[in-house]
Write a protein that binds this ligand. Structure first.
Ligand code: GDD
Length: 307
């Protein structure tokens, strides 16, 4: 495998690079100029630069991770999310179509594509209708539709992964586990004096997978997934955000006072979003290996080390 990872310096990109380094020749793209020889500066607003890159590297596989990922931010930057996620993907797919039709491309969508799911549905399968309720979800569902279009119309070998919440050490602030762990770390290090942890909505249920399991799944999908198909990447277990909070608080040596911060609430969101990973299990045998509590501890230790 000769892999090109777009967004290689991001949270998931770094973990995917670490996984692939013994399995493939790895190249990557970043928006910023980097000193590493295998990383090229590309921002996906220009098709011609991507065509040049593909002709230079000649990848067998492209993992398209580049894009914007913060659901809450997408309400304030709607056009940027369409530009970065949808138009960026069009430029990549056009470049592949023109430069080398045979490349296997994996695009990354999101459980946010499903959005408002039918009442009473316990786990979302790939067949569940897409009904996104955030600008981010709309941008990711458009990517999924583009995959279908490019496969059906041009025969491109493109596959769409739909990861549910993925977490781990190194994830930026602005995502729930980093936000909680960072603030509790600050309190434990005596940097925040008032012991107040500011939180958003604790009543939602989400399906959390460790990023190290997520990148394993991407590798398996890229190796054996069927072109034109979408695959959920998730555990199938729903967890209340309240329980995530309680686990982090159990790591703390200091008393924590929790305060709801209205600025952390969203215009709209789903109360429950849990996936059915059956299609991926059946195809590849992939199963998540990391225990949620261990992942949360790793995240807490990461932030203790950073503060
Ligand atoms: N970020 C954040 N910060 N979320 C909070 C907080 C907080 O302080 N308090 C409660 N929440 C709740 C949110 O309202 C949401 O219901 C849940 O925690 C998870 O929020 P995020 O971690 O921001 O993730 P997300 O579900 O919006 O999106 C993530 O998962 C998607 C897949 O399901 C992102 O990683 C997306 O990029 C990804 O596609």
């Amino acid at each position: 495998m000769k892999a090109l990872i777009t967004g290689i310096t991001g949270f998931v990109g770094k973990h995917l690079e670490a996984l692939l380094k013994d399995k493939a020749d790895v190249y990557g793209t970043s928006r910023l100029n980097r000193s590493e020889k295998h990383i090229f500066e590309v921002d996906f607003s220009e098709e011609t630069k991507i065509i040049e890159l593909i002709k230079t590297i000649k990848p067998t596989h492209i993992f398209h991770l580049a894009g914007l990922s913060n659901v809450k931010d997408s309400w304030n930057h709607k056009a940027d999310f369409i530009q970065g996620n949808v138009i960026g993907t069009i430029h990549l797919l056009e470049a592949v179509r023109k430069a080398d039709h045979q490349i296997n491309v994996l695009t990354v969508g999101s459980s946010e594509e499903y959005g408002l799911i039918p009442q009473g549905l316990d786990k979302v399968t790939e067949e569940t209708a897409l009904n996104p309720v955030s600008p981010y979800g709309i941008s990711k569902s458009a990517i999924g539709m583009l995959v279908n279009l490019y496969h059906k119309s041009y025969g491109l070998n493109v596959i769409h992964a739909r990861p549910f919440n993925h977490i781990g050490p190194g994830q930026r602030l602005g995502f729930v586990t980093s936000d909680f762990a960072y603030q509790i770390a600050l309190i434990n290090k005596g940097i925040t004096k008032d012991s107040i942890l500011r939180i958003g909505n604790l009543n939602t249920v989400r399906d959390f997978t460790d990023v190290r399991d997520i990148v394993e799944a991407y590798y398996h999908i890229a190796c054996s997934g069927e072109a034109g198909e979408a695959y959920n990447v998730c555990t199938g277990q729903g967890v209340f955000i309240q329980d995530i909070l309680e686990t982090f608080i159990s790591f703390s040596n200091k008393k924590i006072n929790v305060l709801v911060d209205p600025s952390k609430l969203r215009v709209a969101e789903m109360s429950r979003l849990v996936g059915d990973p059956g299609k991926l299990f059946k195809l590849t045998g992939w199963k998540p290996q990391q225990k949620l509590e261990d992942t949360l501890k790793d995240i807490y230790d990461y932030w203790i080390g950073k503060c």
